[in-house]
Design a protein around this ligand. Structure first.
Ligand code: NAP
Length: 285
């Protein structure tokens, strides 16, 4: 994309290793340009070894903040001068604001997922959610849903990780075998795939029969957005369930991050359709 620059623009970036695949520069520059926010957002490769140098440099160069992806969501925490309660609870940070040489960390994945669900028409309060997976994304989803008033159940291949994420969300951990998934799906009002199964280049679910047990009207959500429709979502849709892929999470967490960076309230009715179109133009429908 073309970005019109002025000398007064402040700098933002995303750091990661690897980071070249990140859509964050596209999302943030599109929003800044459209909303006339005076910021430029860059893609910055950083390694574990260069993280300290990057932080010194970002402060010295007057960066307003940065987003963090793998492997820095946990590694950054000891460097922060202040953290929000979401970071404290999850032990993961994805947004850092730099003010007066100090680093303030936020996690926008957690509220971003709940915002995406509500924007799509699902209210988590009082609902029962079954989360498949127990990695970083599953933890953000589990804690976000719990804070929004949902009851959380976590199923994961590695049982110990399921217990850890369930504990973060005051929920229950269950097995990942097909009979357990079917039994749990029959009670769930929201089923979230937070595993990497079905992601482009990764294996798919070996058996999706548990979706047959999801009760009518329950939602199926996949955190994956590439491909836009996984076999998990396609099967759920054929069975008549409302579905949501991972794109709304990606967009809502970015909007929340930009609000932190700029101190500006960003109108969702403008931002979300604009970003949906922008991402679709790049990765396809
Ligand atoms: P992660 O920390 O590596 O966790 C991966 C999860 O997938 C673990 O629970 C792992 O189970 C499970 N898994 C992997 N291979 C499996 C297999 N063959 N059978 C069963 N389970 C398997 O990754 P993450 O960062 O949480 O990301 C998880 C997914 O969310 C990815 O698809 C990612 O693209 C997506 N995501 C989307 C967004 C978004 O903005 N939409 C943001 C973040 C992540 P074990 O614990 O047993 O290994």
């Amino acid at each position: 994309m073309e970005v019109e620059l002025e000398n007064s623009f402040r700098k933002l970036c995303v750091i990661g290793d690897p980071v070249g695949h990140s859509l964050s520069p596209l999302l943030h520059n599109t929003l800044c340009q459209t909303l006339a926010l005076p910021y430029i957002y860059l893609c910055q490769p950083v390694t574990r070894e260069t993280l300290g140098d990057f932080l010194q440099g970002a402060k010295a160069l007057g960066y307003a903040g940065f987003n963090a992806t793998m492997p820095f969501k946990e590694l950054l925490i000891p460097y922060l001068d202040g953290i929000d309660p979401a970071v404290e609870r999850l032990g993961a940070v994805n947004t850092v604001c730099i003010k007066n040489g100090k680093l303030y960390g936020y996690n926008t994945d957690m509220p971003g997922f709940v915002a995406a669900l509500r924007h799509s028409g699902f209210e988590p309060m009082g609902r029962r959610a079954l989360i498949l997976g127990a990695g970083g994304a599953a933890a953000a989803v589990a804690v976000g849903l719990r804070e929004a008033g949902a009851k959380v159940v976590v199923a994961n291949r590695t049982a110990e990780k399921a217990r850890r994420v369930a504990a973060l969300a005051d929920g229950a951990a269950v097995g990942f075998d097909i009979d357990t998934l079917a039994g749990e799906a029959s009670q769930a009002e929201l089923l979230v795939n937070a595993t990497s199964l079905g992601m482009a280049g990764q294996p798919s679910f070996p058996d999706l029969a548990f979706l047959e047990d999801l009760s009518q009207g329950s939602w199926a959500v996949d955190l994956i957005y590439h491909p836009a429709r996984t076999a998990f979502l396609e099967r759920a849709e054929v069975l008549g369930h409302p579905i949501m892929n991972g794109l709304p999470l990606l967009l809502h967490q970015a909007v929340l991050a930009l609000e932190h960076f700029t101190g500006t309230s960003i109108p969702l009715e403008t931002a979300i359709p604009l970003l949906e179109q922008t991402v679709t133009n790049v990765i396809g429908p």
